[in-house]
Ligand binder design. Structure first.
Ligand code: PDD
Length: 277
């Protein structure tokens, strides 16, 4: 496999990172995960825009422009002959320097990106998934796609140990998002989801869900729902670049509605299908 390392393309095995790399020692960086269908990026501009927003929020100044990074990401797919379904992981760190919490002077950010095949999870998209709920113990700047993912990792591990796909996170009973996806509740024909504040990642797929809802004349209400609301929900679903629009059919061992994916989730999945393929 060929990876993008800084501004060059090189074999993955040849890349070495210094031990004093700020991504490794401090999680001092930001990242993106971008979906590819049939060899074509989906929502590339949205991801590149968010990368720059995240970098700016933590005062990392990228050495390349949005256009340059976009071109390099397109080239990455070509160099790897990606023509099917895949994802690209892209990471930017503040750089490598002797360990010190304070920003190092005169270092440039380290960037790398690689592509990996990623088949669509068709059976889960069809049948839906089970999730658990957990307290959201993350920080107050979750809109930054930061490399610091320990609370997310621990939450998803707990879900996995319970045979579940995701963990719905809540602050004092108010649902924010999942460990690596956004989450939505449907009640009486309306979609509810946490507003795009600092408390959630502003998902690229979330932007599309909002658009699909508008196109379908389904009210999209940016209002946090509660854990109690879940018991009364007609539908529940999550979204991310890797999970797409995924029905949730069971929360903490209790069925959502009749335990089957429902109509509004299906309509959004159909809209996604048309948009992405
Ligand atoms: N996660 N919320 C969180 C906390 C996320 O980590 C993600 C994405 C999302 C959905 O964002 P988007 O629609 O732009 O993919 C929401 C990626 C897939 C990951 O970390 O692997």
């Amino acid at each position: 496999p060929i990876i993008l390392s800084q501004t060059k393309f090189t074999h993955r095995d040849g890349v070495k990172y210094p031990i004093e790399e700020r991504a490794l020692q401090f999680g001092d960086g930001v990242y993106e995960v971008i979906r590819i269908y049939n060899g074509q990026y989906y929502l590339l501009k949205e991801h590149v825009d968010r990368l720059f927003r995240s970098a700016e929020a933590i005062k990392i100044q990228l050495s390349s422009s949005k256009e340059e990074i976009t071109d390099q990401l397109l080239e990455l797919l070509k160099r790897n002959n990606i023509d099917g379904d895949a994802k690209v992981y892209l990471q930017v760190s503040r750089g490598s320097a002797p360990r010190d919490h304070i920003f190092p002077q005169d270092v440039s950010p380290n960037i790398y990106a690689y592509a990996q095949e990623l088949p669509r999870n068709l059976s889960k998209l069809e049948n839906g998934v089970h999730v658990i709920t957990q307290r959201d113990v993350r920080w107050e700047n979750c809109y930054i796609k930061s490399l610091n993912l320990l609370p997310n990792v621990l939450a998803k591990q707990e879900a996995s140990e319970k045979g579940c796909f995701e963990a719905i996170l809540h602050k004092d009973g108010l649902v924010t998002e999942c460990s690596s996806s956004n989450v939505y509740l449907v009640k009486d024909g309306k979609i509810y989801t946490h507003p795009a504040t600092r408390n959630i990642l502003h998902g690229c797929v979330r932007l599309r869900v909002e658009q699909f809802a508008e196109d379908l004349n389904i009210p999209f209400i940016e209002e946090a729902f509660t854990l109690d609301d879940i018991a009364e929900a007609d539908e529940l679903f999550l979204s991310s670049s890797t999970s797409e629009i995924m029905p949730i059919i069971n929360v903490n061992g209790k069925q959502v509605s009749n335990g089957k994916p429902q109509i509004i989730t299906r309509k959004l999945q159909d809209a996604y299908e048309k948009d992405a393929n």
